[in-house]
Structure formats: structure tokens, C-alpha cells
Design a protein around this ligand. Structure first.
Ligand code: UGA
Length: 429
């Protein structure tokens, strides 16, 4: 099918590329001329495992093209996906101005029937607004359908999540766009749920909030484990093997971050408030998440006492592994808090160092993870990168003034670390 994606951020670019990979003809539109140029010349603006190869392959096959003209994108395709940012506003609500602008641009360019699909994460009832907007701003007064098709990809695993989705959700107001939407997704072999637009929009916020709730739940359990000498990983395993609960997203740590969970929780709480429901459960999820970081910082100050002029090595800056994204990263938050107390930081991340520099200027960036500990008083693990498990512990121990490690992601075995002579503090163990 002929498909257009408007917005080439994580969602737009990965979705467009995967659509091309299964054989669709895809145009990706972005108003950032520099980004389009980069993509046209084979460059990738983000780090996402597997993406670069896939983009190159599909560009070469002639199935994937880039432009900064929305009108061109609209004219070339039957189905137009909106995948633009929906950033948070100071009061927690969502800024829908990019969605509104794109809806108007699509409307202005439409001369034949189109299916306009919202992929961005939006508050329930946004589909109604998009429909009204397109009707109002379409001079050609042609027929169209608005569809809600939320995305569930995780950064760092986006290509895999897209090629093998757990489910595809399609929210419609009439049956007319259903056949085309099913045709788009048939090659992905996933269960397809066809529902109304409001339910589809709600599914996205409800899913992300539930996953965040799972993380806060295990972090709360971690606090109890610490008070009682129990081990949160054993507890997670013990409850996670119950299929009704599941083991995934039960890793205790320094809390969740990123461009989705914190924003989506605030938005969902706000939406509920506007509908007359006080979503206290989700407010508590936020509170536990904030508290988790406070408790970790306290662990560091309890051990190192005064942080002023202490040198601390930090492994991890990205908000999680396999990405260079540092938006709302707990690791950056932690670094800033240590700096506020006067600590001097030596930091390393396998992919996120360039992007971290804007948020964390006053730190020494170290290219080799094994050199981070040099001259430091302690070392901190802030992101769950698998490769940190291969840290040269002997070299790190000798580089530190005292062998102290704060493992905010439970990457190492506590008993083994203590046997090796470390003062080792992790989460919930
Ligand atoms: C999340 C959802 O997982 C996706 O399904 C969704 O599509 C996406 O948001 C979105 O709305 O676009 P993402 O933000 O990429 O994906 O990252 P996650 O893998 O969900 O991790 C979020 C945060 O939770 C990270 O800071 C991670 O370190 C933390 N986390 C995750 C934990 O602390 N413990 C866990 O067990 C899992």
C-alpha cells in the first residue's frame, strides 16, 4: 500500500521503515529540512539498534523516501499517519499544537478520500478534534476517515517491537477504513483489535500507566526488602512466574524515566481530572518513583557522607539501555543531584554522551567505561546497559580510593561483590 508518515521522530521513522520492510511504499515527511537531508543521504538522526541497516535497505529498494513537503506526502498516499510529538505542558496536560497543525496541513492538501491515522500518544477524544479540524480546513471538502492506531514500541527495542507486535489496536468511527488498516498490518502477523476511537486512545495511556505502576510497585517492594533483609529479585521472580502477573517490568532500580512514562502519567492524571475522576492510584505511582531516587541519593550520602569535592564515577546517562535518549533520564537527574551536593563527576555512556552534554555540561566525559573509576571515591551504575556487566571489576577496585559501588540497576551479584571486597549497595537486596 502507499503510506505516508508525518514526523520522523522515533515513532515515525521506525514505523515508516518497518512498513517499507514488509513491502509497503512509504513516504516519510518532516518539517526539519536538515533532518530530511540527513536521511536522504543515508544518515540516521537517532541511535536505535537495527534501524540504520533497515533504512538503507529500503531506501535502496525504492520503498522508502523522505521529503519536507506535507502536501507531497498527502498526494502520494492513501493512508496518512500522524506521528508528531505531543509534549507535556507545565500543568501536566498535553500540548496538541503539532497535531492540530498537521491536521490542518493534511486537510489543505487533500483532494481525494484519505485515511488519516493518529499514531502519536494523545488524550482520549483527540480523534474527534482531528476530525472537526480536517472538516473545517479542507477546501476540497472530500471524504476522509480518522483512525486511532497507538504505537507500543520501546526505544532501544523499537524495530523488534514493531516487526513482532503483541497486538495492533485500530480505533475507528465507521467500517470504511478497517479493510485498508488490516491490509497494512497483515504482514506483521499480530492480533488486531478493532474498536472505537476513544477506546483506542485510552488503551495507550492505560497501558503505559499500568507498566509504570508495575515498576513503582516493585520499587515499593524493594523498600520493604531493604527494611527486612529480603531480596527484591527473588520476590520479583516469585510473583512474576504467576502468569497473571508476569516477570517483565518488575526490575527495581532508580525509577522510570524517558519521554513516555512520566509524561503519559501526568497526562492521564490530568485527563481523568478533566473527566471528574481523581486518579490517586497514579499519583502514588509518581510519588513512589520520585521517592525511589531520593532513597538512592540518601544511600550515597549515608555512605560517603559529605559529597562536596568527592569524585564519583557514573556509568550510564541514557534513560535506559540501548538508546542515546536522555530525555527525563533518571541517570541525568541523579548526576545533577550529586553535582548539586558538590560532587565532581566522571561519566560514561556507550551511546548517550553527546546528547547528555547539553544537560550535564560540568562533568568529565570518559570514552572507556573501564577508565571511569580512576581517581574516584565511588562508582555508580545509573543505566541498565548490559555491557556494564562486563566492567573490569579488578581494575575499577584498584582505581578507586575505596572500593565502593552504588548499583542503581542491580547489575551485579551482591554476594559475589562482597566476596571480591566491594562495599556494594544496590536496590532492594
Ligand atoms: C514505553 C513503553 O514500554 C512502550 O510500550 C511505549 O510504546 C512507549 O513507552 C511510548 O509510549 O512511546 P520506553 O519509554 O521506550 O517505552 O521505555 P521502557 O522500556 O518502557 O522503559 C521506561 C523506563 O522504565 C526506563 O527508565 C527504564 O529504565 C524503566 N524500567 C523499565 C524500570 O525501571 N524497570 C523495569 O522493570 C522496566
Amino acid at each position: 500500500m502507499k503510506l505516508t508518515l508525518i514526523g520522523t521522530g522515533y515513532v515515525g521513522l521506525v514505523t515508516g521503515t518497518c512498513f517499507a520492510e514488509v513491502g509497503h511504499q512509504v513516504v516519510c515527511v518532516d518539517n526539519d529540512a536538515a533532518k530530511v537531508k540527513l536521511l536522504q543521504s543515508g544518515g540516521i538522526p537517532i541511535y536505535e539498534p537495527g534501524l540504520e541497516e533497515l533504512v538503507k535497505k529500503n531506501v535502496a529498494a525504492g520503498r522508502l523516501t523522505f521529503t519536507n513537503s506535507t502536501a507531497e506526502g498527502v498526494q502520494k498516499s492513501d493512508v496518512i499517519f500522524i506521528a508528531v510529538p505531543t509534549p507535556p505542558q507545565p500543568d501536566g496536560s498535553v500540548d496538541l499544537s503539532f497535531i492540530e497543525k498537521v491536521a490542518r496541513d493534511i486537510a489543505a492538501a487533500m483532494t481525494t478520500y484519505k485515511i488519516v491515522v493518529d499514531k502519536s500518544t494523545v488524550p482520549v477524544r483527540t480523534g474527534e478534534k482531528v476530525t472537526e479540524t480536517i472538516k473545517r480546513y479542507c477546501p476540497a471538502k472530500v471524504d476522509f476517515d480518522v483512525v486511532s492506531n497507538p504505537e507500543f514500541l520501546r526505544e532501544g527495542f523499537a524495530v523488534g517491537d514493531l516487526m513482532k507486535p503483541d497486538r495492533v489496536v485500530i480505533g475507528v468511527r465507521s467500517q470504511r477504513p478497517v479493510a485498508a488498516m488490516k491490509e497494512i498490518y497483515t504482514p506483521f502477523n499480530a492480533p488486531i483489535i478493532v474498536t472505537d476511537i476513544n477506546s483506542a486512545e485510552l488503551i495507550k495511556h492505560a497501558a503505559n500507566s499500568f507498566l509504570a505502576l508495575k515498576i513503582s510497585y516493585i520499587n515499593a517492594i524493594a523498600a520493604i526488602c531493604e527494611a527486612t533483609g529480603a531480596n527484591v529479585q527473588e520476590v520479583a521472580q516469585g510473583i512474576g512466574l504467576d502468569e497473571r502477573i508476569g516477570r517483565r517490568f518488575l526490575n527495581a532500580g532508580i525509577g522510570f524515566g524517558g519521554s513516555c512514562f512520566p509524561k503519559d502519567l501526568s497526562a492521564f492524571i490530568k485527563i481523568a481530572e478533566q473527566m471528574g475522576y481523581d486518579f490517586r492510584l497514579l499519583k502514588e505511582v509518581q510519588r513512589i518513583n520520585a521517592d525511589q531516587m531520593n532513597r538512592f541519593v540518601k544511600k550515597i550520602t549515608d555512605t560517603l557522607w559529605v559529597l562536596k569535592d568527592k569524585k564519583i564515577g557514573v556509568l550510564g546517562l541514557a534513560f535506559k539501555q540501548n538508546t542515546d535518549d536522555v530525555r527525563s533520564s533518571p541517570a541525568i537527574d541523579l548526576c545533577q543531584r550529586l553535582q548539586k551536593e558538590g560532587a565532581k563527576l566522571r561519566v560514561h555512556d556507550p551511546k548517550a554522551m553527546d546528547k547528555a552534554k547539553a544537560a550535564l555540561a560540568d562533568a568529565t566525559y570518559v570514552d572507556d567505561m573501564n577508565a571511569v573509576a580512576e581517581g574516584c571515591d565511588a562508582i555508580v551504575i545509573a543505566t541498565e546497559w548490559d555491557e556494564f556487566k562486563k566492567l573490569d571489576l579488578e581494575r575499577a577496585r584498584k582505581s578507586l580510593s575505596h572500593p565502593i559501588m552504588f548499583d542503581g540497576r542491580n547489575l551485579f551479584d551482591r554476594v559475589e561483590m562482597e566476596r571480591l571486597g566491594w562495599i556494594y549497595k544496590s536496590v532492594g537486596r
